[in-house]
Design a protein around this ligand. Structure first.
Ligand SMILES: C[S@@+](CC[C@H](N)C(=O)[O-])C[C@H]1O[C@@H](n2cnc3c(N)ncnc32)[C@H](O)[C@@H]1O
Length: 298
């Protein structure tokens, strides 16, 4: 068995974490705080998850009790730095290239050709990846767009990729992935749009500048009002994030996103997310794809 020089420290952390327990009051306070600042709704069975994900923040501050950590968040965090670190620790960032491929097929077959073939085009195609995580979704959008419109550049296509989590955004912006992470990218696209690492980076790929030039990465909390950018967008992908929000929060977001879409623009949700009601704002046009109706939004 090979033990690296970091092993003893890791073992100590595990032991420390196992000594950390969260009381009912601590869990309730933190849950309410997290909900108020991110919209993430944590049910009772997420207690162990909160406990383990915040354990490293407690270690960082050398604390033994979640109540002391709560005190830092509420009384000793004037610049909101701990709030950002706490949210980074609590979010779930699972994603993949071309995840839920029917969305990318719909874009390649319907949305992008219509834009390319429109002779009256007078503005860039604007796409928003609204919970971008480590960037796979935004790079998949960029590849799909360029495959349909190979001669187009950032004047014609603009992708905004936002997330609340600053850690994942820095990784997204770097555009570096392991070959395993890049496994869902078809070989021809991988060859066309990524550089392969050499030597000690042999296991990595790097998004080429043409992809990176189409995408702007920004921190954005979907709960904040108003959002700092202006619409309208042609397509919004808000996938696999609504499941963390309660129903009133979801409903409000659908309404706000309707206001950010151009007439006839599209909203794409994750596979287990659906829009209910709001038939005057959106009509379903495919599996978890909704098209904005032409009416004005109140
Ligand atoms: C499971 S990932 C989904 C990534 C990608 N959209 C996909 O479907 O593969 C969910 C992302 O939502 C982000 N998130 C959670 N709450 C958020 C909020 N209030 N505002 C913006 N992003 C949020 C998390 O940081 C995380 O990266």
């Amino acid at each position: 068995m090979v033990i690296s020089h970091t092993a003893p420290q890791k073992i100590r952390s595990v032991l420390d974490d196992s000594r950390l327990t969260i009381t009912d009051t601590e869990f309730r306070q933190l849950r309410e705080f997290i909900h108020a600042h991110s919209g993430i709704a944590l049910s009772d069975h997420k207690r162990a998850l909160v406990c383990s994900r915040l354990a490293r923040r407690l270690r960082h501050h050398n604390l033994q009790h979640y109540s002391d950590y709560y005190r830092i968040l509420t009384e000793d965090d004037p610049e909101g730095l701990e709030l950002v670190a706490m949210i980074n620790a609590i979010t779930t960032n699972k994603t993949d290239f071309f995840r839920e491929p029917h969305h990318f097929r719909f874009l390649a077959e319907e949305v992008f050709p219509a834009y390319r073939n429109n002779p009256n085009r007078d503005r860039p195609l604007r796409l928003w990846s609204a919970a971008a995580s480590t960037g796979e979704e935004a790079y998949s959008l960029a590849m799909t767009a360029l495959e349909v419109m190979p001669s187009f550049n950032e004047r014609d296509i603009r992708i905004l990729a936002t997330d609340i989590d600053t850690d994942v955004l820095s990784r997204a912006e770097a555009g570096i992935y392991t070959r395993e992470q890049a496994g869902q990218i078809p070989e021809t696209l991988l060859h066309r749009y990524f550089l392969k690492g050499r030597g000690e980076h042999e296991d990595q790929v790097l998004a080429k500048p043409i992809l990176q030039s189409l995408i702007s990465f920004r921190r954005l909390n979907l709960q904040e009002e108003p959002w700092p950018m202006q619409g309208p967008f042609d397509v919004i992908l808000c996938r696999n994030v609504l499941i963390y929000f309660d129903k009133p929060t979801q409903l409000k977001l659908f309404q706000r996103m309707a206001g950010m879409l151009k007439k006839d623009g599209y909203l794409m949700l994750g596979h287990s997310e659906a829009m209910y009601g709001l038939v005057d704002l959106f009509r379903p046009v495919g599996h978890s794809i909704y098209q904005r109706r032409g009416k004005s939004v109140s």
